[in-house]
Write a protein that binds this ligand. Structure first.
Ligand code: MN
Ligand code: MN
Length: 475
């Protein structure tokens, strides 16, 4: 064989790996940066699941989507574009296609909760003339990430008279922020050097500094705590007991930022999984009049195992699907609902870990996702021998691969870490239980689950294009 023949064989047989930026022309690159400007705005407005849900519903309403609940009485006109906001913290959007829902729908499911620190129900106390608040972390965090940095408080308080109060403190440049203190290096040696990392950073030491002005004179008991309570009452009309019925989340107050001299990356809190939430939202809204009915799902509680009434283990999808059948004039009995679900297909839209130049050894290079190489298909997740994974079938992976190739999507595959190194899961298996095909698919991040996760802008844009291709071409 001559050199030209070998070259041809190589080009035909060997799998290619493409960097998104290599594949884009000038216009394509411009689109990447433009798309990510809107993505950053979404990130800044959506630091909690409730805020993300609100942003998603707002965007849908702007495009003419109506609350599905208003269509369930016969008086109202049917609509092809509907949304359901459930408990203010999980959302479903649907566009009824030319084919009715019983023939199966195309679903993209992401989650809008992120790791954070929640205030406890009895949070306020004082120690050494400082007013403090106790937190309980939510999701998988590295506790040391949260020390000595500015934090904002976002959330809802239900007062004793059932009045609802939504607060956001620490986002505006004039707002105060809150922080958790860290031990100075000068004194850390003896206390920390002999301990392992999980012992050094304790959950019960993640306490927020919230004030230092006393109320009353020296013989007043707990006057620093009283100072904080008085502040809270003056500003928000809330009492100590109101925290019992509150959900307040401490999140990084920093805004989404461009990273790198070339501004090719984004650093921000909550990109797991709001990168997928945003790109699926945009893909969904841009796929008007689809053949098959399309659904975009935005779940809560993924970071704590998809539990609860707003997580992927709940009946939210079944309920929404049965409403879709109803407004489409189709059978809504149990059998029809199950058939609609079993005939559906789903991309579980979640992030994977990008291989980190400083921690290469936890990955297996041939199968790890890399920053900049496009949207990542993750056939299986789980731990050990794929335990806890739904593992997508070759037929469905093949179908998605065809759709992506046809639409010139730059894609890669990803496995979360070396075998037996650790692992994780997504919402995939909770949708797979209905019998539908599910594949995990999303961008890869560096510093995943940290307060400053890093994504590549081209990957984010490619994820959007991939989701759009799925909505448009999966028939
Ligand atoms: Mn995730
Ligand atoms: Mn996560």
């Amino acid at each position: 064989m001559n050199k030209a023949q070998i070259k041809k064989i190589k080009e035909t047989l060997v799998k290619k790996k493409s960097l998104v930026f290599d594949q884009l022309d000038i216009k394509g690159k411009e689109q990447v940066f433009q798309f990510c400007e809107n993505y950053k705005i979404f990130l800044d407005r959506s630091k909690t699941e409730k805020e993300a849900a609100r942003e998603i519903v707002r965007a849908a309403k702007q495009k003419g989507f109506v609350d599905i609940d208003t269509l369930l009485t016969k008086k109202n006109k049917p609509s092809q574009k509907v949304y359901k906001l459930f408990q203010g913290r999980c959302v479903a959007l649907a566009t009824i296609g030319k084919k009715l829902p019983h023939l199966g729908v195309n679903i993209i499911a992401s989650h809008i909760d992120s790791p954070r620190l929640d205030l406890k129900q009895n949070p306020i106390y004082e120690d050494l003339s400082i007013g403090l608040m106790k937190t309980h972390y939510y999701g998988g965090i590295r506790k040391y990430h949260w020390l000595a940095m500015p934090l904002a408080l976002h959330g809802t308080i239900m007062k004793s008279n059932n009045e609802r109060l939504d607060i956001t403190i620490g986002e505006h440049p004039d707002d105060p922020v809150f922080t958790i203190t860290d031990l100075l290096p000068h004194l850390a040696g003896k206390t920390q050097s002999t301990k392992n990392i999980s012992e050094v950073f304790e959950g019960e030491k993640l306490n927020l500094v919230v004030g230092s002005m006393p109320l009353g004179d020296e013989d007043e008991k707990e006057r620093f705590k009283l100072g904080v309570l008085n502040c809270l009452y003056q500003k928000y009309g809330i009492t100590e007991e109101d925290f019992v019925s509150a959900e307040i989340e401490a999140v990084p107050s920093e805004k989404a930022r461009d990273v790198g001299f070339d501004r090719s990356m984004i650093g921000a809190y909550g990109q797991d999984d709001r990168s997928c939430a945003f790109s699926s939202l945009e893909a969904f809204l841009d796929s008007e009049s689809p053949e098959k009915t399309t659904i975009a799902l935005f779940f809560d509680k993924e970071e704590i195992g998809s539990e609860g009434s707003s997580g992927a283990k709940s009946n939210f999808l079944e309920d929404f699907m049965s409403d879709l059948l109803y407004i489409s004039g189709e059978n809504t009995d149990n059998r029809s609902l199950r058939k609609a679900l079993i005939h559906s297909s789903c991309l579980s839209a979640d992030v994977n870990a990008a291989m980190d130049p400083d921690f290469k050894d936890v990955h297996e290079a041939m199968n790890a996702a890399k920053l900049g190489f496009g949207v990542c298909m993750t056939k299986f997740t789980g731990v050990g021998g794929k335990s806890g994974s739904s593992d997508a079938g070759s037929e469905f992976v093949g179908k998605i691969r065809q759709i992506f190739n046809k639409n010139h999507i730059v894609w890669q595959t990803g496995e979360l870490g070396k075998i037996d190194q650790g692992g994780g899961g997504t919402v995939a298996k909770f949708l797979a239980k209905y019998g539908m095909n599910v594949l995990d698919c999303g961008p890869a991040l560096l510093s995943m689950h940290s307060p400053f996760e890093i994504s590549n802008k081209a990957d984010i844009y490619m994820t959007y294009l991939a989701y759009k291709a799925f909505y448009t071409d999966n028939d």
